[in-house]
Unconditional design. Structure first.
Length: 400
């Protein structure tokens, strides 16, 4: 009888524990909307509240009980978890769109018995060896690529290989929410320069900084690296993609400077977050210039280009003869001014060796239907700056 009572008590205790949830409250102080705000919870906190929780057997729900797409990142690629206690995992990610004036939202995380659904991929990155070492990435709003060693290599004798030496960042403008990077590369080179309903590559990079490339500014001249030397993917959707591009050292007015760019690509955002870490000898900070191509429009467009320099925001709005209008922007919290050279509009910031410089870069196309005017683009980019300076606050509690 005692064993039966003990077993019943144990079962009741387990059932009570299984009913527990992790309650999450997210708050912020801005009155503006915060669409597709990514909320991050350390997996160690999830595991502490829900011991034994499996990443494929949890549900994240909003205050109305709606199941939300989520992602769990690894601490490092190919991390192991031999004891099944979640040590291999880094963060639980999900998103919420705060309406204007909405300053608090509640969520829960709970164990479930079934396998969670496969959520649509809205953030994606990959190395593209089939196109001369391109590296491509995208979310549901916009896509990008940049260039690797094979593109920079000289063309062999008798061959007609494309050659481009640049560390600039390219834009691919989308008008659909689903992933297009693989689709466009599979179409064949140059086929995506025509809009067939999904979008197009109509942005000009060349030797410029493109849409958010960096360099070292000595007060008179911009010193830039060349094509990335190596890459590493750290997370790959469905909510967020994270990857790094490593740039070999280049001469910056007599100083050897190398760079690692870490890109954080979140669903629902027109701009990516980029953390650039420069390495060089000495303790003195350097002046980094982050740029936008002065002439970004595609061929035969006769563009009208408006440039705005407002606090932490450098932006362009480009009205074209055809293919409609697009905007580009670099947002640099802590920016110290603006300048330009022959190829680029530039925004300036200080950086110290080994310490990341955070900024945001990207674009928008009027044909996508969301941002269709200069005024809308100005507001969007200023909101990005405001959100960067006022991150959300997350409070966790167990809930029965």
């Amino acid at each position: 009888m005692k064993r039966l009572i003990l077993a019943a008590a144990l079962t009741a205790s387990l059932n009570a524990w299984a009913a527990e949830k992790l309650a999450i409250t997210v708050q912020h102080d801005l009155s503006i909307a915060r669409p597709s705000e990514t909320i991050t919870i350390p997996w160690s906190d999830v595991n502490a509240a829900l011991p034994g929780a499996l990443i494929q057997k949890i549900a994240v729900k909003d205050g109305k009980g709606n199941v939300l797409p989520y992602q769990v990142t690894n601490v490092a690629p190919l991390s192991k978890d031999p004891k099944g206690v979640g040590v291999a995992y880094g963060e639980l990610l999900f998103q919420h769109s705060f309406a204007p004036g909405e300053k608090s939202a509640s969520f829960t995380v709970e164990k479930i018995d079934t396998v969670a659904p496969v959520f649509p991929t809205k953030a994606f990155a990959r190395y593209v060896p089939e196109r001369l070492d391109d590296f491509g990435w995208e979310n549901d709003k916009i896509a990008h690529r940049t260039y690797g060693p094979a593109l920079a290599a000289p063309s062999p004798a008798g061959a007609n290989k494309e050659v481009l030496v640049t560390s600039g960042l390219d834009l691919w403008f989308k008008r659909v929410p689903y992933p297009i990077v693989d689709r466009w590369y599979n179409k064949g080179h140059d086929h995506y320069h025509k809009d067939e309903g999904e979008g197009m590559d109509m942005y000009n990079v060349g030797k410029s900084r493109g849409a958010g490339g960096t360099g070292v500014w000595d007060g008179k001249q911009l010193y830039t690296g060349v094509n990335y030397a190596s890459w590493k993917v750290l997370a790959n959707g469905p909510v967020r993609a994270i990857f790094e591009l490593h740039y070999a050292a280049w001469d910056a007015a007599g100083k050897q400077v190398s760079e690692i760019k870490r890109f954080t690509v979140d669903a629902g955002q027109q701009l990516d977050r980029i953390d650039s870490t420069f390495q060089y000898e000495g303790a003195e900070p350097i002046t980094v210039a982050l740029g936008l191509n002065k002439n970004p429009s595609d061929k035969n467009q006769e563009p009208s280009i408006t440039v705005k320099r407002e606090g932490p925001v450098l932006l362009q709005w480009v009205e074209q003869k055809s293919n409609d209008a697009f905007g580009t922007a670099v947002v640099v919290p802590g920016a110290e001014g603006f300048t330009q050279d022959q190829l680029n509009e530039l925004i300036l910031a200080k950086a110290s060796s080994g310490k990341p410089l955070r900024y945001y870069a990207g674009g928008a196309w009027s044909r996508a239907g969301e941002i269709t005017s200069l005024a809308q683009w100005q507001k969007y980019t200023q909101d990005v700056a405001a959100r960067a300076g006022n991150p959300v606050r997350v409070t966790l509690a167990r809930q029965q």
